[in-house]
Design a protein around this ligand. Structure first.
Ligand code: GLN
Length: 539
């Protein structure tokens, strides 16, 4: 057990200068280091947009929608938190402005404010503070790290910065602000520039918040001169100017932060003991394997958002975890499903040793996904279908093996004569989009003779979901007779969770999202075995 003071410490991570500096990774890295020193930590993301959650946002807007055990549709940064810490997050770990306002407006309608004028300060800021403190309740965690989305200076993040200002007064030493900024390198002048950081800190100061620690994202090392200059202009000590240099893997950032002593500075400022050295041997082992693979393998990821790496973040990270476990570098070939047409799949998928068909919604790109599956099935290439990818695999099988002409999903073709994928019964009553899918963790029972069981090595598993449609059990007998079997079933509803092909070295479709549960400490067995199968195929 860690030596800890009795009070939960609240750490805020804000961002300045520009978005995409990696606040999520810095927050996760700091939490990782604190965890490695024996402290418990959780991370929360506050997003300043009006959507209640990112569930209704399309991936072009916001990248992947991550799903927690309790069925919250959340920001993709929560995926990083779980992958780094190996601790599940929940609804409480992601709050948006929309949710804050919704709650305040509900209270106003109930009459909770007893006739007061309801205002941004104090009502909205109180609601924000309450969401932050909720995670610190009952002293569940030594550290609650709260990442504020967006960039300081944006109109929409103002109430959050104001809430931090108020909390600093309330919490004193139990509260700390880390501000992440950019120190750009001007190639023409051959110089790193500190002015954007100075301005960004000034903006914070105008709002009444003095950052305690500055983490400076940079592509060149910060020398002492630069550190001293930033310290001088920004009211911090030069030890609190932390360099965050560009690196080839997000998983290296905790080690970089350790070298820069970010964790020590945090412990020192919050009066927490730092005599326990961080236990990072497993993490270092992972980095070692990541850096020195014995082989490499190419895997195609077929989807319709491939121009956007963030859209499939968790799948990509799961493949990195699985590759590292197998000491194999996984080369991910992003394949746009709309680019698979007129029989060109044999060219596009020529040198790959595995095919993943990604989750998704709507009919765009479906034909390309189905063609890719035919190719993987008939060429015995290892195949993993996730959610829509599994649904497409059953449609492909119905069309091409069972010869059911026009077989399809009710989602894309409501008048199909063979609705292989139909709408789940409880979804038929649903008429609003937000938060109404089958979401979060559900149990699945595996057939003991199946590939799935040989992968999981346990009879009952639990995985996370996000869907409205399901395999239509009316057709199951016919499928099984022809070699595609349901090897995983939800014990309560009989819903098909896993389909696999018998006469194929590795062909598995899953209705759930295994990618949400893969972490550095616990790479997901489905991905690990899939990569292994791809390595075998290559041989
Ligand atoms: N669109 C499909 C459904 O709702 C698949 C969803 C997904 O891939 N996440 O069932």
């Amino acid at each position: 057990m860690a030596p800890a003071e009795s009070q939960t410490k609240y750490i805020f991570v804000t961002g300045g200068v520009t978005s995409s500096l990696g606040k999520g990774i810095i927050s996760a890295s700091l939490a990782k280091l604190l965890q490695a020193r024996g402290y418990s930590a959780t991370i929360q993301k506050l997003d300043p947009y009006i959507n209640i959650d990112p569930g209704t946002l399309n991936p072009y807007e916001h990248g992947e929608c991550y799903v927690t055990e309790d069925g919250a549709e959340t920001d993709l940064d929560l995926g990083h938190y779980e992958r780094f810490l190996n601790v599940p997050t929940s609804q409480a770990n992601n709050v948006t402005t929309g949710r804050i306002y919704q709650s305040v407006i509900e209270k106003e309608r109930r009459g909770d404010y007893l006739g007061e004028t309801v205002q941004v300060i104090p009502h909205i800021t109180d609601e924000i503070k309450q969401s932050i403190k909720l995670l610190g309740k009952n002293k569940q965690f030594d550290f609650v790290i709260t990442e504020i989305g967006g960039t300081v200076g944006d109109i929409e993040s103002l109430p959050y910065v104001e809430a931090i200002r108020q909390l600093r007064w309330e919490l004193g030493k139990n509260c700390l602000v880390i501000h992440l900024t950019l120190v750009p390198y001007l190639a023409a002048a051959k110089e790193l520039k500190t002015k954007p950081t100075q301005h960004s800190v000034k903006t914070m100061q105008e709002y009444g918040v003095q950052p305690d620690i500055l983490v400076c994202r940079t592509e060149k090392h910060l020398n002492d001169g630069i550190r001293n200059k930033i310290a001088l202009f920004c009211n911090v000590s030069s030890r609190d100017v932390i360099e965050s240099i560009d690196t080839d893997s997000i998983y290296r950032v905790p080690m970089l932060m350790l070298e820069e002593q970010l964790d020590l500075r945090v412990l020192n400022k919050t009066n927490m003991k730092s005599d326990q050295q961080p236990e990072l041997s497993a993490w270092k082992n992972f980095l070692d394997h990541l850096k020195n693979p014995d082989c490499d393998v190419s895997i195609a990821l077929v989807g319709k958002y491939v121009e956007l790496m963030d859209a499939y973040k968790s799948i990509i990270e799961s493949l990195i975890h699985a590759g590292t476990t197998n000491k194999c570098n996984v080369n991910i070939k992003m394949v746009h499903s709309e680019h698979i047409e007129n029989g060109n799949e044999s060219i596009i998928l020529k040198n790959v040793s595995g095919v993943i068909v990604a989750p998704g919604f709507g009919e765009r790109g479906i034909e390309g996904k189905i063609a890719a599956i035919t190719y993987a099935r008939t060429h015995k290439i290892p195949f993993l279908g996730i959610c829509l990818g599994m649904q497409c695999a059953t449609i492909e099988f119905a069309q091409n093996v069972l010869n059911l002409k026009g077989a399809h999903s009710y989602e894309m073709m409501p008048n199909t004569p063979y609705p292989i994928i139909s709408m789940m019964e409880e979804q038929k009553k649903v008429n609003i989009k937000g938060g109404t899918m089958r979401l979060g963790a559900y149990k699945c029972k595996l057939d003991l003779e199946s590939k799935a069981f040989s992968i999981y090595k346990q009879e009952t598993i639990s995985e996370r979901h996000r869907h409205r449609y399901e395999f239509n059990n009316y057709f199951l007998k016919d499928f099984e007779k022809h070699g595609m079997v349901a090897s995983g079933i939800n014990p309560e509803s009989g819903l098909v969770e896993i389909m696999e092909l018998k006469n194929h070295p590795w062909f598995v479709g899953v209705q759930f999202h295994p990618e949400y549960k893969s972490t550095v400490a616990r790479p997901h067995p489905l991905f690990v075995e899939f990569v292994k199968a791809a390595m075998d195929f290559k041989k």
